[in-house]
Design a protein around this ligand. Structure first.
Ligand SMILES: Cc1ncc(COP(=O)(O)O)c(C=O)c1O
Length: 461
């Protein structure tokens, strides 16, 4: 009993996850860091999962977890949605790769065309990273210009044009990115439209496109000011520069038509992944017919040699991803899906903020759509509204960091001990399979974890 009262979150986490610990030690020899995606890095070690269904997943030590990572945002319909499972299993028996076109890729493209306002036409890729890579190449080919402008902190995957400016210091040199590529990526300070205006008006008139997450950096972790998208659309159109919405996260989550469906502001090109492929690997670029035409073959050897943008890719629109994608898009085309997940996120956000207030603990939860963002260790300036949507007066760097590594890792471990896997250690991505009971239990667990962290002196106040 005495020991239970004194054991720290970290000690208990280590004690209760022996099989994950062992897999981590074993995995490190074969996998750098023992993980397959940087965001899964965790201290003292990550957990390893054995299975998942709906809003739950089970780790190798036998714990049931309410999952708030939801396939990094891909699983708006929850883990292993029965209709997606049936479609994929049936397709598995019919073949996973035809080395040829098939009906499902046509249907999949038609669904995107129907739902996403800018999608005159669609081309499939294997992931979001490939989608932004192709969109930027299309923009350069279409305009004949070499540079692209992105915003500090906006995430567009991990190819050479995407990683510059991803994380602080935003002007750093990411290892492995050629200097020649860096010279073609203009990084605008977060949300700074005056910078964009100046760069497009002056610079060297060599900017092909502006790319951004239309929610603001990292799914509204750093929200956009009111009117931002409309002004950006106006500036880019006036300078004849293409506008690319990276809707890899927001597509089909913010609304069935993504941010563009919600705001009525239409980009020239859109990149999609995650929900678009129903939980299997896949992505897409969609956009204006005149730009997408560059992907076509023509009866003109000169065009095919000098104008056509090359786009092979062994797993583009593979039948498994295509059938999962078609099934998912049919389901998420009903706005009740997004409304349901949004409501759960709203309740979770309120519950987290009430817990911060109850414990007088530094931190706040906020967010849009069905994603809850949480900052730990920073007090909200002024009174904290429990339904906070956009934080005001908190620097973008603090929002993007979410808290110190120590606080985030401890909150993550503490919540894991309560049976919840939070996104980025602190936030939550919701699905339609989460229940009101999940939310109530999670808020109670958050409350106890904050109390424990306070008792461990982690808030240092
Ligand atoms: C906005 C955005 N763009 C692009 C990507 C890259 O997608 P993928 O991980 O499928 O390569 C991500 C991934 O999280 C993303 O959030």
């Amino acid at each position: 009993m005495v020991q239970e009262q004194t054991i720290t979150i970290e000690e208990q986490y280590i004690a209760e996850h022996p099989r994950s610990h062992e897999l981590y030690e074993r995995g490190r020899a074969a996998l750098p860091g023992g993980i397959a995606h940087d965001v899964r890095y965790a201290k003292p070690f990550p957990i390893y999962i054995d299975g998942a269904l709906g809003s739950k997943k089970w780790d190798v030590d036998g714990h049931e977890l309410i999952d708030y990572t939801m396939g990094h945002g891909a699983l708006l319909l929850g883990h292993s949605h029965p209709e997606i499972v049936d479609a994929v299993v049936a397709q598995m028996r019919k073949g996973t790769h035809y080395g040829a076109g098939h009906r499902l890729e046509v249907e999949w493209a038609e669904w995107i065309h129907r739902l996403i306002p800018s999608a005159d036409r669609v081309k499939f890729t294997s992931a979001g990273t490939e989608a932004t890579m192709l969109a930027l190449r299309l923009a350069r080919a279409y305009t004949g210009r070499d540079k692209v402008l992105k915003f500090a902190g906006h995430f567009h995957g991990w190819h050479d044009y995407a990683v510059p400016g991803n994380s602080p210091p935003f002007d750093g040199v990411p290892p492995g990115v050629p200097k020649a590529v860096l010279d073609t990526v203009v990084i605008a300070p977060n949300n700074d439209l005056d910078f964009v205006e100046r760069a497009l008006a002056t610079a060297d008139h060599d900017i092909a496109a502006v790319i951004l997450e239309p929610s603001g950096a990292s799914y509204a972790t750093v929200p956009l000011p009111d009117g931002f998208l409309a002004r950006l659309r106006e500036i880019t159109a006036r300078h004849d520069v293409l506008l690319i919405f990276d809707e890899v996260v927001t597509g089909f989550r913010w609304s069935p038509g993504g941010v563009q469906g919600l705001t009525g502001i239409t980009p020239d090109l859109t990149t999609l992944a995650k929900i678009v492929a129903g939980g299997l690997p896949g992505g897409a670029v969609a956009g204006r017919g005149a730009i997408m035409e560059l992907l076509e073959f023509k009866d003109d050897p000169a065009w095919n040699r000098t104008r056509k943008v090359q786009h092979p890719g062994t797993y583009n629109a593979n039948p498994l991803s295509a059938t999962a994608g078609v099934t998912a898009l049919r389901l998420v085309s009903d706005p009740a899906v997004q409304r349901g997940a949004d409501r759960l996120a709203e309740n979770l956000k309120r519950g987290f903020n009430e817990a911060f207030l109850r414990h007088d603990a530094p931190g706040f939860a906020y967010g849009e759509s069905s994603i809850v963002n949480t900052v730990v260790g920073t007090r909200y300036p002024g009174e904290l509204p429990t339904d906070l949507r956009h934080p005001v007066g908190v620097p973008a760097s603090a929002l993007k960091a979410r808290g110190s590594e120590k606080l985030l890792m401890t909150l993550r471990a503490g919540m894991m001990l309560e049976g919840m896997d939070l996104w980025h250690g602190a936030g939550a991505v919701l699905s339609i399979t989460h229940t009101d009971e999940d939310i109530v239990r999670t808020v109670e667990a958050f409350d106890r974890t904050l109390a424990r962290m306070k008792a461990e002196g982690l808030f240092g106040e």
